[in-house]
Design a protein around this ligand. Structure first.
Ligand code: ZN
Length: 402
């Protein structure tokens, strides 16, 4: 079966995750696809199992003795941002210009300039009512097809190859229950990126900030010199964070503060922020700046007017990858040897691989080939699915010798 055929099948499963749910997987529907993937692996003759949290693990034993143990990981859930139910994948023969989806929605050349690279190619798009789910079912299909190629062609040399399909990546819990101890791989790759050729190993350092502002309420008519309006005080704090360090003002390696949620009134107010920066030192100084600002404001307005709590969420995996740089060099080599131009880009977010890297499984992220993730304009060129299978197989070959 081709990766495209697999992909068209997998997107039919509704695997939307739900961050309001406390279960794992967050939605029971993910188990249908995870269960089907386990069965598919077994039917290919691969030793696979699904644990009580829905994680599917598999291993293809080495046929060249003791070599590097490489893994490939993809997630089955899709973003709750847009419906992933009743996905209707549509194949189009792209001839240039804007694409009009079945419901009238357009994928424009202006918003997706890369479209011009795909003139004359087949694209898989949606009907405009749902996301497509290339994030990350394309990764799942590419890995599964590489597995099939390996088991059907025993003459291909490979070390131990490990596979994992995980739930709930889109709600930040993809690695929460990942059983690294039992998994057994030395390092590997998540196949969860965008345009073909992307190699990602630099992500944000990330922290969340919880700010409480305590005010004093009194009837506004007799408020003079008594009222401390938490809303005003919050605005004062917020204005200390530079406007140039907001998500809408930053790109590339520029970090930001983002007010995420604000609630409250005169008497008390709570604000949640996120802090992001690729550079560890800058990240630390951004956090310190918040603490200093709060100290300054408390001096001005009274002790405990402002309380702040800052929690680290995840760190830039480049710290770990720089000691395992063969992963990047070999990914570049694998792409070049199948005719793809590798592009290294910083991730303005986190990945499952970032967490895994810090837990002992160095794991940069490779492209799936897809575009416009988490939206109704999501699409993937069919050839990219097959090309990524070749990339995975090339990596397997490389690590069969090391
Ligand atoms: Zn993803």
């Amino acid at each position: 079966m081709t990766a495209k055929e697999r992909f068209l099948n997998y997107v039919k499963y509704d695997t939307t995750s739900d961050d309001g749910s406390l279960t794992c997987p967050s939605t029971a529907s993910q188990l249908f696809l995870l269960g089907a993937l386990k069965e598919e692996l077994i039917s290919l003759g691969v030793d696979a199992k699904m644990d009580e949290n829905g994680y599917v693990y598999a291993k293809i034993p080495s046929n060249v003795g003791e070599k590097s143990k490489v893994c490939f990981i993809a997630h089955v859930d899709t973003s709750p941002a847009v419906s992933g139910k009743d996905v209707n994948p549509t194949l189009i023969d792209y001839q240039g210009g804007d694409i009009v989806l079945a419901n009238g929605l357009k994928i424009t050349e202006k918003e997706t300039p890369d479209l011009k690279k795909y003139v004359g190619k087949e694209l898989i798009v949606t009907d405009g009512n749902t996301l497509l789910g290339a994030d990350d079912k394309a990764g799942v299909a590419e890995i599964m097809t590489a597995v099939e190629t390996l088991v059907n062609n025993p003459e291909i040399k490979h070390g131990d190859v490990f596979i994992a399909f995980t739930p709930d990546e889109e709600i930040g819990r993809g690695t929460d229950k990942f059983n690294l101890k039992e998994f057994g791989a030395d390092f590997g790759y998540t196949i969860d990126g965008g345009a073909i050729g992307e190699i990602e190993y630099e992500n944000f350092n990330a922290a969340s900030l919880n700010l409480t502002v305590n005010g004093v309420s009194i009837h506004p008519g007799s408020a003079k010199n008594v009222m401390k309006n938490a809303v005003d005080l919050f605005c004062e704090f917020h204005s200390l964070l530079p406007e140039t360090m907001r998500p809408n003002a930053t790109e590339g390696y520029e970090g930001f503060y983002m007010a995420d949620e604000v609630s409250g009134g005169i008497e008390s107010l709570n604000a949640k922020y996120i802090i992001r920066n690729h550079d560890k030192q800058k990240f630390e100084s951004m956090k310190k700046y918040v603490l200093d600002s709060v100290e300054f404001l408390n001096k001005k307005h009274g002790e405990n007017t402002f309380n702040v709590e800052i929690k680290d969420s995840y760190f830039n995996m480049s710290e770990i990858i720089k000691d395992n740089f063969h992963l990047i060099d070999n990914a570049k080599f694998a792409m070049q040897s199948v005719g793809i131009e590798p592009v290294i880009i910083p991730i303005r977010g986190g990945t499952d691989g970032a967490r895994l890297s810090y837990e002992g499984l160095p794991c940069p992220n490779l492209s799936t080939g897809g575009y416009n993730f988490h939206g109704r304009r999501e699409f993937i060129p069919s050839f990219a699915l097959e090309k990524m299978v070749e990339v995975i197989l090339k990596l397997v070959e490389v690590y069969s010798k090391i």
